[in-house]
Design a protein around this ligand. Structure first.
Ligand code: NI
Length: 168
């Protein structure tokens, strides 16, 4: 947090290139090494519109329905309905902290795999939340900017026991 790259709007990526596959491999390694649920390319210093996410048996996010591993290039989000819900989020670029963030409950996302195949999904709950969090990174937005009440923002260890399980 504070690095200029994390405040920039990232550029579209070219699908199918060796460089993109290498970038996604680096992102996979980083996300898994840090037990993240998602990662955006600007977080490893590359200002391109590429995000990855996955959730299965993640110690940082217990009690949450699994999300299949996805590498999503040049994503476009369409919010479905006005309904929002609050959930606790963390971010590998804001280590040690968690905050309560409102997100749209349902959305459609479209984009491409690194090979150029189309992705078009309608999702809700945590899956929709992680996509909104990661795509925010591509527009230079970190989750603390979305917190409505800064009393619901703090250190993970201090908040332990106060964070209700994330809705799925
Ligand atoms: Ni993040």
């Amino acid at each position: 947090m504070g690095h200029p790259l994390l405040r920039q709007v990232a550029a579209p990526a070219v699908v199918g290139s060796p460089e993109l596959h290498a970038l996604v491999a680096d992102m996979d390694d980083t996300m898994r090494a840090l037990s993240g649920a998602g990662l955006a390319a600007p977080q490893i210093g590359v200002s391109l519109r590429v995000v990855i996410f996955e959730l299965k048996d993640n110690p940082r996010y217990p009690h949450v329905a699994p999300v299949p591993y996805t590498a999503l290039v040049n994503p476009v989000l369409t919010v479905l309905g006005e309904e929002q819900e609050e959930g606790w989020e963390g971010c590998l670029s804001v280590p040690g902290l968690r905050g309560l963030v409102p997100r749209y409950r349902r959305l459609r996302y479209q984009g491409f795999t690194p090979d150029g195949a189309s992705i078009d999904r309608t999702v809700e709950g945590f899956h929709a939340r992680v996509v909104q969090h990661e795509v925010d990174h591509l527009d230079g937005i970190l989750y603390p900017q979305r917190i409505r009440d800064l009393r619901s923002f703090g250190f993970e260890d201090a908040l332990a026991g106060q964070m209700t399980p994330l809705p799925d």
